[in-house]
Design a binder for this molecule. Structure first.
Ligand SMILES: [Fe+2]
Ligand SMILES: [Fe+2]
Length: 228
């Protein structure tokens, strides 16, 4: 059964009745537990396991390449960490409102400034800041058309973020958020193992099992196809 958020508004949204009818057959069940189509996660998964075993190739490389650019630009570990994590919601959970989902996912494990920068990068992306050479992305013109206007709540988020003391941390995420990444450039996750070790409080029980307020979000990425 596909997640409702993935299929509302599409023909697949009407599949529930057919699936519920099918499951009355004694040989048919809904998926609960490990999906054999996915690599098995270790019992106590770490951030690295999600990167390597769950995230798709394109978003994984986007995150790693953005973090590498931030490091090459000589930025601090908080910014590099925020770049490494900024789109993890797109990589493993949901694209819509990805800055907010992503910030919540990591908030218990990173510095508050890192989570804040991740949340706000979504809104800041739409608004240029010429003082630091950030322009409206050409990719957004391609994605959304030349006349797309962000909604009011995004405008308000941007205005409030600009007045915040951590504004530049989030702005730096948008500056190092590379769009046209080269598929030939492969970045190894291990390049960031040190930075992750110092800036991400990996729970001993594993992500998804530490009883934190966001553990269920990590479990959703471990077993994304579970019926319940
Ligand atoms: Fe993003
Ligand atoms: Fe991004």
């Amino acid at each position: 059964m596909p997640p409702a958020a993935a299929v509302i508004g599409t023909p697949a949204a009407s599949c529930a009745a057919a699936l519920l009818a099918e499951v009355r057959h004694p040989d048919t069940v809904f998926m609960m537990g490990d999906n054999p189509a996915l690599p098995k996660m270790p019992e106590r998964p770490t951030l690295k396991d999600f990167f390597l075993l769950r995230f798709g190739q394109v978003p994984r490389m986007h995150l790693l390449q953005s973090a590498r650019v931030a490091r090459e630009n000589g930025l601090g570990e908080k910014v590099i960490m925020a770049c490494l994590l900024h789109d993890i919601a797109i990589a493993g959970l949901l694209s819509a409102n990805h800055g907010y989902w992503g910030a919540q996912l990591v908030a218990p494990y990173v510095d508050a400034e890192v989570a804040w920068a991740i949340e706000k990068h979504e809104a800041l992306r739409y608004f240029p800041d010429e003082s630091v050479g950030y322009r409206y992305p050409q990719a957004y013109i391609d994605y959304f058309g030349p006349d797309y206007n962000p909604p009011d709540y995004i405008r308000r988020e941007h205005e409030a973020a600009r007045r915040h003391r951590w504004y530049m941390t989030s702005r730096l995420v948008t500056i190092n958020d590379i769009y046209s990444f080269d598929p030939a450039v492969v970045v190894d996750y291990d390049e960031f193992e040190d930075i992750v070790g110092r800036n991400f409080r990996q729970p001993e029980e594993g992500l998804g099992f530490d009883g934190s307020p966001v553990a269920h979000m990590w479990r959703t990425m471990i077993w994304p196809n579970n019926f319940l």
